[in-house]
Design a protein around this ligand. Structure first.
Ligand SMILES: C[S@@+](CC[C@H](N)C(=O)[O-])C[C@H]1O[C@@H](n2cnc3c(N)ncnc32)[C@H](O)[C@@H]1O
Length: 270
């Protein structure tokens, strides 16, 4: 059964970006997921199809009215029910929500479907959120102009986890954050680029050594860039093998930095 996304949005065309391009486009074509959009304007109560009004109490901007959204969500939930989604979750993409992370993406990917609510203007009438929304999710601590881009980020991340979405089934499992580790670095042709050669071990054909090197790079760059992830993964400290790999990584790194410093000093002396 395909995963069901139902999106409440004033700008449905924006979602062509996910359904028609790249990995998410191929997955859509293969019917791994379905995406329906619901435009609140089609549920507006007046001839002008108005869906927003000025805020009570004054202040800048407009607020999305509850009723058109309420009706759109109700129809979206009913459609999901008819298509076999046992329990529908309504997610409001909001800067006030819990920050989206890999764990949340995995949780969502294990459901049958979700209804995604995209805000615009200053936001949505609070009563609609209280009545219809199960969860608020943010894509980061900043504000963007509408929930559509945030919904697309969520959809893309969830689709990558659906079985068959990625050509090579190992890819999603090796991505950064899958196991609280960042991914190892990648290289492709040419073998030397701007005087920088590809690490020799990757050309050796020795798969055990390549795997060890990649794990070491994963641990090393997580230590360098996101030490918080390492602490989360190993709250009791690194196991012996990982500790050994990290120590070796640090030694190699100190050597590279020392060599760079020596080169710089030589250049300055010349
Ligand atoms: C201009 S924003 C409104 C922000 C609102 N005035 C506030 O400060 O909380 C319009 C819409 O963009 C979406 N949005 C903005 N930033 C977001 C974020 N970081 N994550 C998810 N959605 C976001 C929400 O759907 C929101 O209703």
């Amino acid at each position: 059964m395909p995963f069901e996304f139902d999106v409440i949005t004033l700008l449905p065309d924006m979602f062509d970006a996910v359904t028609q391009h790249g990995v998410t486009g191929r997955a859509h074509k293969s019917n791994l997921y379905r995406l329906h959009t619901w435009n609140p304007r089609n549920y507006a109560m007046n001839h002008y199809r108005t869906v927003d009004d000025s805020p009570y109490g004054g202040g800048p901007g407009m607020v999305m009215m509850a009723e058109p959204l309420d009706k759109a969500i109700t129809d979206a939930k009913a459609r999901q029910g008819e298509d076999g989604v046992s329990k529908t979750r309504v997610i409001y993409l909001s800067p006030q929500g819990k920050r989206l992370d890999h764990k949340k993406v995995l949780q969502i990917s294990q459901l049958d479907g979700v209804v995604l609510l995209c805000g615009r203007y200053e936001g949505i009438d609070e009563r609609l959120i209280e009545n219809q929304v199960d969860e608020e999710i943010s894509i980061g601590d900043y504000v963007i102009s509408g929930g559509e881009l945030a919904a697309m980020v969520l959809i893309d991340a969830v689709v990558r986890q659906l079985p068959g979405a990625l050509g090579d089934t190992r890819s999603a499992g090796q991505d950064s954050h899958t196991d609280h580790l960042l991914e190892y670095p990648h290289y492709t042709r040419p073998e030397v680029y701007k005087e920088k050669p590809v690490p020799r071990i990757l050309l050796s054909g020795d798969h055990a050594k390549i795997e060890r090197w990649r794990l070491q790079q994963s641990i090393g760059r997580t230590w360098l860039k996101r030490p918080d992830l390492l602490a989360e993964k190993y709250p009791e400290g690194l196991p012996d093998r990982e500790k050994e790999l990290l120590e070796e990584f640090k030694q190699l790194r100190y050597r590279v930095v020392a060599n760079q410093l020596m080169d710089n000093t030589k250049e300055q002396e010349q």
